[in-house]
Ligand binder design. Structure first.
Ligand code: UDP
Length: 253
């Protein structure tokens, strides 16, 4: 069986050349990492669940007119996406204080923020993805001021869409991270949502019980990550048939 050409291997996903120019195959691994990869494990079934959930969220965004890189899911672990130039920023939107914001500002986790707050981290593992301001972004040329306006608008639309969707299944969207890609259409460039949207990149709390249904379960050793992600998938009706016992990855040609 012919192997696809690997373009990039990240912590949770591997990218392969797509079947047509301008496309990429995104393969979801079972690897879980936290604290800049200081904590690592393999969580059987995580990749399958994230593939299904990211498909679900990205398809919804495409449908309501928020452009994303998602084209279609290929199989249990792979999806076809549009190739794009990744803006080197992690764009974080917060509705409630948690994680690094709670630590940095001394705000108790779960405190509702006066309004959604958008933050940026510069994507650089060696530096531990430091928090940066729009001033840094403009001065160092990571994105233009015009790009930044588009990025904030995109991030807030994703937030509105995801918050409502989560609320409908009894989940509070505490915060999330997205990545932004640049695509070129003739002389124009457009910014789209890229990477993934999954419980790896969001904080999701059950509205009733406050139970964590996201990667904090792994970061903080709170129980079974597969059970948490399976619960999210069940609520959205996107349960893969073999979520807990997936077959080993096979790359199709
Ligand atoms: N996040 C992410 N990747 C990262 C850093 C953060 O997906 O490299 C997500 C994280 O899951 C959470 C949000 O972004 O939903 C805010 O994370 P925070 O800054 O609180 O960092 P953490 O406490 O996870 O280190």
């Amino acid at each position: 069986m012919a192997r696809r050409k690997k373009i990039y291997e990240g912590k949770a996903k591997t990218l392969y050349e797509g079947p047509e120019p301008g496309t990429i195959v995104q393969y979801f691994k079972d690897d879980a990492t936290a604290f800049n990869a200081e904590k690592k494990d393999v969580i059987e079934g995580k990749g399958v669940l994230n593939n299904m959930l990211s498909e679900f969220f990205m398809t919804g965004l495409n449908t309501v007119g928020v452009p994303t890189h998602f084209i279609k899911r290929l199989n249990m672990r792979e999806q076809l996406v549009r190739a794009c130039e990744i803006v080197p920023l992690e764009v974080i939107v917060r509705n409630y204080a948690a994680g690094s914001m709670s630590k940095r500002l001394g705000i108790e986790e779960g405190t509702q923020l006066p309004r959604p707050i958008v933050e940026y981290c510069y994507k650089d593992d060696k530096l531990g993805d430091p928090l940066v301001s729009e001033e840094h972004i403009a001065a160092f040329g990571w994105a233009s001021q015009h790009d930044m306006d588009d990025i904030v608008a995109l991030a807030l639309r994703v937030n509105d869409y995801l918050s409502g969707l989560m609320y409908g299944v009894g989940i509070k969207l505490i915060d999330f991270k997205i990545e932004i890609g640049r695509v070129y259409e003739g002389d124009f460039q457009r910014l789209i949502v890229a990477d993934e949207i999954s419980p790896d990149s969001c904080r999701l709390w059950d509205i009733e019980t406050g139970e964590k249904l996201d990667k904090d379960v792994f970061r903080r050793d709170l129980g079974s990550l597969t059970d948490a992600y399976t619960e999210v998938a069940k609520r959205f009706g996107v349960m893969p048939k073999q979520a807990t016992h997936p077959t080993k990855p096979t790359l199709i040609n």
